[in-house]
Design a protein around this ligand. Sequence first.
Ligand code: SF4
Length: 313
Amino acid sequence: MKNDQPIKIKKTVIIVGYACNNNCQFCIDSNKRELLNKTTKQILDEMAGAKKRGTTYLEFIGGEMTIRPDFIDLLKEAKKLGFKTIMIATNGRMLSYLDYAKKVVAAGLTNIVFSVHGHNAKVHDFLTQSEGSFDQLMAGLANMKNLLGLEAIGSNTTIVKYNYKSLPKIGKLIWGLGIRNSEFIFIDCNEGAAYDNFDEFVPKISVAAPFIRQCLAIGQKGKAPHWHIRYVPLCYFVDYLDQISELQEVKKFRTEHLAPDFINLDVESSRPQVGRAKPERCLKCRLSLQCEGIWKNYLKHYGDQELKPIREK
Ligand code: SF4
């Protein structure tokens, strides 16, 4: 029988620990900072295991990977193991030091995603609770643009009550920096700071959606290859279905997460089953099969009245 399914990329995300040199107010790991960071040996073993399981795309996230003393050695080992993509997600601050940035690239890093939570220092530093973090981020980004090239660079932005109105400006900043690989992420309120302080951080989707759409329109108009929104109900983004992360990644990746406190070997399937929900009103929506709904804890606080089932055409 002919199989037309595209071959998916096997991706392993190693969460190296939760220590960080920023202190983001909305951090999903706010309650985990005290957990032990993984040892070098643990990470080496996990990389070797991932290689055996067929992973070609290796991603390190934290916490903050760049502050680990073994970061360069781990990159060298990942390169030696032959992963096609070796990527980190970072706040970018350590990479503002040019010598360090050069060592990171020489050791084998192939791709990088910077966290950009504001369009200026005032918004970004307020959210990271780290004075100077925006300036260091911009310097780190400039260094990596020169060393790795724009193709290898992406960004992510967490959407919270404090920055959703700035999203069109944040989008413009990222676009102006030349980045065409961006994720805008509606905050996960099932755990961490947004669970503990829901009212402070989680905007109503109906209120944030017009700003998110303006931001998405920047990438749509400019035909960016990847300018996506993540973790939103589809009914507010019917004209942007090509820019919904989950719809795209499920076609492209088979992802596993290896954290100090959990292992998830099937990220694409477990999120809609465990973290998100579609209430009864979604049953009559024509997008229901594709849509993951919204975070369960969001429904507990705001209810389901904002969700607008889309009728059959
Ligand atoms: S009504 Fe429900 S199923 Fe339809 S798009 Fe909205 S959240 Fe998704």
